[in-house]
Design a protein around this ligand. Structure first.
Ligand SMILES: Cc1cc2nc3c(=O)[nH]c(=O)nc-3n(C[C@H](O)[C@H](O)[C@H](O)COP(=O)(O)OP(=O)(O)OC[C@H]3O[C@@H](n4cnc5c(N)ncnc54)[C@H](O)[C@@H]3O)c2cc1C
Length: 477
């Protein structure tokens, strides 16, 4: 109670949640089978309040974790060890836009898509576009170094962050980097982007904006199977083209999407669809469209459609970005995996991923950033079925192992969080991990800021057992 009183002093009593029914929703993020109930949730409105909350937590020796919209898919925003959740959603103002320098200064709770909407009148947009962009926050994007379909051409969040203001785990406030993008010395902004909320709380960010291209064209290439669609990706990359996006949607996903509110008229008998987007100067894009059309045909496309207008283009993207939501039709839970493999090995790895899904008798589908080699095998399941849940976890581990063996990595954009901390050893030696810990210690020597994330635990065996984690007791709404 003393802690709750101190938090109330920091942000006002109305901005503190501490009753069980209020905390329930904060037990998870988008990874529904990892749960932890926070001790309290606070909703600060400005950076001074964030500082005051951090200091109150320190005084009561309670850990804390920042949260944006909770759309993360790796358990990053859950509060382990009875910590306090600092939800930044009320810090949602765009503070300044400078169209000449093409920058925006934002609070961390601004929703990703709202920034592009707000700067469109200046002929600008914010390029990183996670499929969750209608809900996720820029603070969460910075913490996860989020990508999206347009990462292929424009890069991930880290390529668009110029400077950050942060509340450090000891309650001090610092500014890292510089709006010019040329700050001398160590690249501390680079260290913080992708650090999954373990180095401090971002309270303000200066972001790079990009001019809206003169022309954008979106193609749907329809293939008999995923392997042929992957072939088209390889041919396109080898040709020297740099499309804005190259995304593949497999048959199960197409069928789920077409049966949902995201339907876009994709043929449900297609084995796979490649969505290719090209942008740039009008004349160049016209030539590139023809080039991609030819390459898709060479790879075995039975048909290539070009979006007739902006509305149809938006429908294609709504279908692609709504794919995870559409999966809700198949089962109550969805495990969205995230791993990266060298692009050239996509067909072989995808075949193995599907074989793993079949062997474990799981409903597995694929929708992914093919141009980046960033796979998202999606497993639809019901976490109340403990046998199924165990098969989901075992299949997920096998998928990660084959991706790493193929020269890939265990996450492309969703982060490590609690989900993959025990797989870090697949990629990193104890010495590598010790070096990472030293960086973390420099920011947070007492491990109070989002503890229990990224680094492996010794409790892996216990944690893989659904019963030991209490999943069987999780009430289902
Ligand atoms: C349907 C769906 C589609 C998705 N598609 C994509 C995609 O295409 N690409 C992609 O990269 N991700 C995707 N994601 C994952 C997710 O949306 C991103 O990771 C996103 O950046 C999380 O933002 P959030 O505001 O929800 O953060 P949260 O989930 O609330 O938090 C994520 C992490 O950020 C930290 N954090 C949040 N705010 C701050 C802050 N102010 N300071 C410091 N740390 C902070 C948290 O502690 C946590 O570790 C998708 C998720 C869903 C549900």
């Amino acid at each position: 109670m003393e802690l709750v009183r101190a938090l109330g002093d920091a942000v006002g009593r109305q901005a503190v949640l501490s009753r069980p029914e209020e905390l329930f929703v904060y037990e998870v993020d988008g990874l529904t089978h990892h749960r932890a109930r926070p001790r309290a949730v606070v909703l600060p409105e400005n950076k001074l309040q964030v500082q005051a909350v951090v200091r109150a937590c320190r005084a009561h020796q309670v850990p804390f974790v920042a949260r944006g919209s909770g759309t993360g898919l790796s358990g990053g925003a859950i509060a382990l060890a009875g910590g306090v959740v600092i939800e930044c959603a009320r810090m949602n103002r765009i503070l300044h836009v400078d169209p000449l320098d093409r920058i925006a200064v934002v609070q961390p709770g601004v929703v990703n898509a709202d920034l592009s909407k707000a700067v469109a009148a200046h002929g600008l947009f914010y390029a990183p576009d996670p499929s969750s962009q209608a809900a996720c926050t820029l603070g969460g994007n910075v913490a996860e170094n989020s990508g999206g379909p347009h990462t292929l051409k424009y890069g991930t969040t880290t390529n668009h962050v110029l400077s950050l203001e942060m509340v450090l785990p000891d309650g001090e406030r610092v500014t890292l980097g510089d709006a010019s993008g040329w700050a001398p010395g160590y690249d501390l902004v680079g260290a913080v982007v992708g650090s999954e909320g373990t180095l401090g709380i971002v309270v303000e960010a200066t972001l790079r904006l990009v001019p809206i291209p003169e022309r954008t064209e979106t193609l749907l290439a329809i293939f008999p199977d995923v392997v042929a669609a992957c072939r088209a990706v390889s041919l396109t990359i080898r040709s020297g083209l740099v499309p804005a996006a190259l995304e593949i949607v497999d048959q199960r996903t197409i069928q789920a999407v077409e049966a949902s509110v995201y339907a876009a008229g994709m043929p449900t008998d297609a084995g796979a669809i490649l969505i290719a987007e090209l942008d740039g100067p009008r004349r160049a894009v016209q030539v590139q469209v023809e080039r991609v059309r030819t390459l898709a045909a060479q790879a075995g496309a039975r048909e290539v459609r070009v979006a007739r207008d902006a509305q149809e283009r938006q429908r294609f993207w709504r279908a692609r970005k709504g794919a995870f939501g559409a999966m809700g039709r198949l089962a109550p839970d969805l495990y969205v995996h995230d791993a990266v493999v060298p692009r050239a090995r996509l067909p072989e790895i995808l075949a193995k991923v599907c074989e793993i899904g079949d062997r474990y008798k799981l409903r597995l589908s694929n929708v992914f950033h093919a141009g980046d080699g960033n796979l998202h095998p999606n497993i639809s399941f019901d976490r109340r079925d403990l046998d199924e849940l165990q098969r989901v976890i075992a299949a997920g581990e096998e998928i990660l192992r084959i991706c790493v063996e193929a020269g890939g990595v265990i996450t492309g954009e969703h982060g490590v969080g609690t989900e993959k901390r025990d797989y870090m050893g697949l990629l990193f030696s104890p010495e590598d991990l010790a070096a990472m810990r030293r960086l973390r210690d420099a920011f947070d020597p007492e491990l109070v800021c989002n503890p229990g994330k990224i680094f492996p635990t010794t409790r892996f065996c216990m944690e893989s057992d659904p019963k030991a984690r209490g999943y069987d007791q999780v009430p289902f709404a």
